[in-house]
Design a protein around this ligand. Structure first.
Ligand code: GAL
Length: 464
């Protein structure tokens, strides 16, 4: 009893001292918290201010400050596409399943119809010059632009931009039950423009082959991702492209040449560069006139980069394996203030996936992966490269920090109706994701691709 009493007494004492102590602890903790919050908000505001200063530094983002939110209304379960649900074995289909399902009720969100087409023949005065990623895009004659998996070359002599890409006008079908959706080769289309918005159709500059089944360009084969560069020494325009058979087992690159940007291009040959399989590819011409081929290899598990010969018609023996084991494709290289950058996609066929940005001091590597460059929209938009796949990054003359990111929003049910997603890309500020080799502070500038439902280049940007 005594013990218990003593205990109770002491515990009572302890308790009252404790409560006094804990009261002051609470008060001091509160003061501490307020101070920390105050300090944090000070720093944060300062950072925000800096970020704004940094961002407003770019002429493009000044015009594009508003990052829009695209609110996809996910429909109640019953209303979602039965076909997409079937593909998921009865499980609730994801937005990507809906995207891939041509009978989906939300299809128009991804592939808006003719009513909202853009282009010089269609745009109202207040819409002229505006890019609407994903909308049908018409040329100067009012026809939908057919230049998929494309790339753009600026021709100094004519001060004109040329857009080369796959003409996918044909019927979409599967060569085999489990084969990828395809269209027959028609050829490579070329469009010209002074402002990157209104495009004149220069026609098919490299024609597919109708009858000779042994020809690389026979319609039953695959011609993808054509890119053109100009060779100052030979005064020729050189086109590189992915050449394959219908099963994607040939896995080669093809080369064509022309005296003029608008063709006709003469097809020269195809090969497996350095004896390796080569699928998605691109070429890059550096400031010093050297040009490079970059291609997905070893079953798309890595990329290879190789210096081209001086005439750009072949690869040299100088080749490096990069991003080994990372399974990337759809490479798009560009250069900013002496650093090389590249955007790639994952390997999921026509289905969209997350983009990654990479950087290197030397084009031959090592290349480091920086993370997903997509900003704005919503989470699913950022995780699917805005439902599209990279194909090229266009430098803008007179705007050294700004680029246009060109991507394809593939429509595997109707490949000819695949759309173009062009968005502003800027380089600047510290990268905000940890690098793979580097546990310290990221060394590279951040690459940002901003989602916009509608955007425009600043007026008179060509004269900047
Ligand atoms: C993608 C590739 C496209 C096309 C497609 C066929 O991975 O980027 O260019 O080849 O596969 O399924």
């Amino acid at each position: 009893m005594r013990m218990r009493h003593k205990h109770r007494k002491s515990s009572a004492l302890c308790c009252s001292a404790g409560s006094r102590w804990s009261l002051s602890a609470v008060v001091w903790s509160l003061v501490g918290c307020i101070l920390i919050i105050h300090f944090y908000s000070l720093v944060h505001h300062q950072e925000e201010g800096e970020a704004q200063v940094r961002l407003s530094h770019f002429p493009l983002t000044k015009e594009l400050e508003e990052i829009e939110e695209e609110n996809f209304q996910i429909q109640p379960r019953g209303k979602r596409s039965p076909r997409a649900a079937k593909r998921r074995g009865g499980k609730r289909p994801s937005l990507i399943d809906e995207f891939l399902d041509d009978s989906s009720q939300i299809r128009l969100l991804f592939f808006p119809d003719h009513k909202t087409a853009i282009g010089p023949t269609k745009a109202a005065a207040n819409e002229s010059g505006y890019f609407y990623p994903g909308r049908l895009w018409l040329d100067t004659e009012g026809n939908p632009i057919q230049a998929h998996g494309g790339g753009i070359m600026y021709d100094q002599r004519t001060e004109t931009y040329y857009w080369y890409g796959e003409n996918k006008e044909g019927l979409t079908y599967q060569a085999h039950k489990k084969g990828a959706a395809r269209v027959d080769i028609i050829g490579v289309n070329c469009y010209s423009s002074k402002d990157l918005w209104s495009w004149y159709n220069e026609g098919i500059v490299l024609l597919g082959e109708e009858s000779n089944v042994t020809h690389d360009l026979h319609k039953s084969n695959v011609l993808e991702r054509p890119k053109v560069i100009y060779n100052d020494q030979t005064d020729k325009y050189v086109m590189w492209m992915h050449i394959d058979d219908e099963n994607y087992t040939k896995a080669s690159v093809g080369v064509a040449i022309s005296d003029s940007a608008t063709g006709p291009f003469e097809y020269l040959y195809s090969k497996r560069p350095h004896g390796f399989d080569s699928r998605d590819m691109s070429i890059f011409k550096d400031d010093d006139g050297k040009a490079y081929l970059i291609y997905s290899s070893e079953d798309n598990s890595e990329l290879h980069i190789s210096l081209l010969t001086n005439d750009y018609l072949d690869v040299t023996r100088m080749m490096r394996r990069i991003l080994v084991g990372q399974h990337r494709e759809a490479p798009a290289i560009f250069k900013h203030q002496g650093t090389y950058y590249m955007i790639t996609s994952g390997c999921t066929g026509w289905a969209p996936n997350e983009a990654l940005a990479h950087a290197a001091e030397s084009i031959m590597g090592p290349w480091e992966t920086m993370g997903n460059p997509c900003i704005g929209g919503n989470k699913i938009f950022r995780a699917t490269t805005f439902f599209s796949q990279s194909t090229f990054v266009v430098p803008l003359r007179g705007m050294p920090d700004s680029f246009i990111f060109m991507a394809d929003r593939w429509n595997p049910a109707e490949l000819r109706d695949s759309r173009y997603v062009w968005l502003p890309l800027t380089v600047g500020g510290a990268a905000d994701e940890p690098l793979e080799y580097n546990f310290g502070f990221p060394l590279w500038s951040r690459v940002s691709i901003y989602w916009h439902k509608r955007w425009k280049l600043p007026d008179g940007w060509q004269r900047a």
